[in-house]
Design a protein around this ligand. Structure first.
Ligand SMILES: Cc1ncc(COP(=O)(O)O)c(C=O)c1O
Length: 396
């Protein structure tokens, strides 16, 4: 007797198909294909810190990993000692006072929190104001919540800051959340106190919640320390800041960050996390607490290293005749592509003919067209070599 086997069709939920495509997966594929040909590829297209975590933090993790207390489930919203360490760092660095118990949420890296806040605040039909160009993970959270995005163009004319007066009025009526990010990925722009004051005033006027992504908060150049959104009077009433240890302490692989500011938003983030996770491994939390409360020379050294790399790159750019503005912070350079090229055609050309990977600006949004992003994430020699190879193409 024959039995009929029906094909078992697995149909993903609509939210899976609504997720934005991972633009940079294509870039990684192209770079790998070039390297597979045996070429010496210099990859400046990604944002992965190249230096190791400072040894005192690693040593703390080694010791803490043997602590049996951490082999058990951690408290749901994380250990209070880490939240206290976060509060300590914000007080020291920015003069900002927070209640560690209610105004700090521990995160599996900044990325997690940036996706979660959309899920906490947005319903289908709501609007989220998103910078263009901007970090693509903002789009992911908005897509998961079923809300819509309204883009705030960041242009060189306005120092890559959003113009709040230019926001579409219809979108603004439905807007509930906005992302800002300074020092900025991808443009390297920085924001000043006046911009954050305008942001708080805008949020008060419109009722929009501010999510300030301060992933590059430690990386400011030319003697200027980046300003935190929370330093602005009234900021805590209208939003939160997301911070990560990934960049400041070269801990990208450890996955640890935090949200800080408005207690109601912090509690919503903790609530959604109660359903997804049971906080980070205790050893990571202890090492992260030491990173925040221990000596900070490693942070100053790291910033000086990126600044020195920036100078090496801009020296080489000047020599080949590629005109661009220096970033004021972050570890990215935002470089205009020469006439006759698009972001992608130029990125393809330098990959194929110079074995250099840069990220095409249109991957960060339509206003990224006309630029490529270059990361300061390898040695000065390699950075200079990359620019010299591009110079030899004779385009500039
Ligand atoms: C602008 C920006 N925000 C947030 C993050 C998130 O970093 P992490 O998830 O490692 O904390 C990154 C990482 O590249 C970033 O560039």
């Amino acid at each position: 007797m024959e039995t009929q086997v029906n094909e078992h069709v697995i149909k993903p939920a609509d939210r899976m198909t609504a997720l934005p495509t991972q633009f940079f997966a294509k870039l990684v594929g192209k770079a790998n294909a070039q390297a597979a040909k045996g070429r010496d590829v210099i990859n400046l297209g990604q944002g992965n810190p190249d230096q190791p975590t400072p040894p005192h933090i690693v040593a703390k993790m080694q010791e803490a990993s043997a602590n049996p207390m951490y082999h058990r489930y951690p408290p749901f919203s994380g250990y209070s000692f880490l939240k206290e360490a976060v509060a300590h760092r914000y007080k020291e660095d920015y003069g900002v006072e927070v209640d560690p118990a209610t105004e700090v949420a521990i995160l599996f890296g900044g990325k997690t929190g940036l996706v979660e806040i959309s899920q906490c605040l947005l319903n289908p039909g709501d609007v989220c104001l998103v910078p263009d160009p901007g970090y693509p993970d903002y789009w992911s959270g908005v897509a998961l919540s079923g809300a819509e995005m309204s883009f705030m163009p960041l242009t060189a004319d306005n120092r890559f800051l959003p113009d709040y007066n230019a926001i579409d009025q219809e979108a603004l009526k439905r807007a509930k959340l906005m992302f800002i990010n300074y020092p900025n990925n991808p443009t390297g722009a920085v924001a000043d106190t006046k911009f954050y004051e305008e942001t708080v005033a805008f949020a008060r006027r419109t009722g929009v919640v501010v999510a300030s992504d301060f992933a590059y908060g430690a990386i400011g150049f030319d003697g200027k320390k980046p300003v935190s959104f929370l330093q602005t009077p009234g900021a805590k009433e209208v939003g939160v800041e997301f911070y990560t240890l990934s960049k400041t302490y070269n801990m990208a692989g450890w996955r640890v960050g935090f949200a800080i500011g408005n207690a109601q938003i912090v509690s919503l983030i903790n609530l959604i996390q109660d359903h997804y996770y049971c906080s980070l491994f205790g050893g990571i939390q202890e090492a992260a607490a030491l990173a925040l409360t221990g000596p900070q020379d490693c942070v100053n050294e790291l910033t000086a290293r990126y600044e020195s790399r920036r100078e090496a790159v801009f020296g080489a750019l000047e020599r080949i005749g590629w005109k661009a503005d220096r970033p004021g912070g972050s570890f990215f350079c935002w470089l205009p592509v020469p006439e006759g090229y698009t972001s992608e055609s130029f990125a393809d050309l330098v990959l194929e003919q110079a074995d250099v990977v840069v990220a095409p600006g249109n991957g960060f949004g339509t206003h990224g067209e006309g630029y490529v992003r270059l990361g300061l994430l390898t040695s000065e020699d390699r950075l200079i070599e990359a620019i010299e190879r591009i110079g030899k193409l004779g385009i500039f």
